[in-house]
Design a protein around this ligand. Sequence first.
Ligand code: ATR
Length: 292
Amino acid sequence: MTSSPASPSMSDGKPGTRACVIGWPVDHARSPLIHGYWLDRYGLDGTYERVAVAPEEIDAFFRRFPDSGYAGCNVTVPHKEAALAACAEVEPVARAIGAVNTLWMDGGKLCGTNTDALGFLANLDETAPGWDNEPGPALVLGAGGAARAVVWALIQRGFQPKIANRNVARAEDLAHAFGGGTEAYPWEARQALLWDARLLVNTTSLGMKGVGDIGLDLRGARGDALVTDIVYVPLVTDLLDLAASYGLRTVDGLGMLLHQAVPGFERWFGLRPTVDAGLRARIVADIEGRAP
Ligand code: ATR
């Protein structure tokens, strides 16, 4: 992690700017810790709150948003598709992924994007520089919302994602939507797909809080394969632990969470924040149930 001064702003955050994260439930969301850390670090006069919005209230919430006093918000489960539908303007990346996780007001219009793909790439760029020097097949486990962002990101860097999912129809939908050499496979094919994968990404919930086994023998992987997991609780998942024990390069999923927050903060508060060691330590302490 680097620690450098904030770069020049792309917009002028006004004093007293308010932003929030919406979800249902929203208690578990860590973005208030991330944005709160940056507001403190840069001495900005702003707030970032959690707002619980029930599914039956989401349409009304977006209708009232222009009068809410919020400069923008993050959107978490289960409202990302509703956010896409509510936006007057949507960046192409969000349209491709089919979900919006970051909203802002521009000229009275609700605008949205999806920063998960960017967060995924920024994490690998920072932690494993050169990871995309020789793109090739990439094995993506899972075909849910997170997989859509990961597949989009990998295609941008020239990889050919091979998606293995328990529900193969979901993988087929994703491959069909993205094209670009993306292929769909049943979950049982994952071991056979491993041998030539330059990259292995877990986007399933397997391994979260130590529950569930991905069931891969990593001895079948290329020696130069990079293994990453979007699960970050625990920080070192069983998959990453196993990969490291075979000498494979690994990147944990926390950096994706931290980097995906950068564009929203910049839009709302007018200053591009840095993902630094202090931020990471703050969130690791929270994950581990320690005081910072
Ligand atoms: P997210 O938006 O976080 O990606 P999701 O859309 O619920 O969440 O997707 C969860 C992913 O984990 C899916 O790919 C799911 O597989 P299915 O599409 O077949 O449901 C995968 N997953 C969850 N539990 C799994 C398990 N026990 N074995 C294999 N895959 C599992």
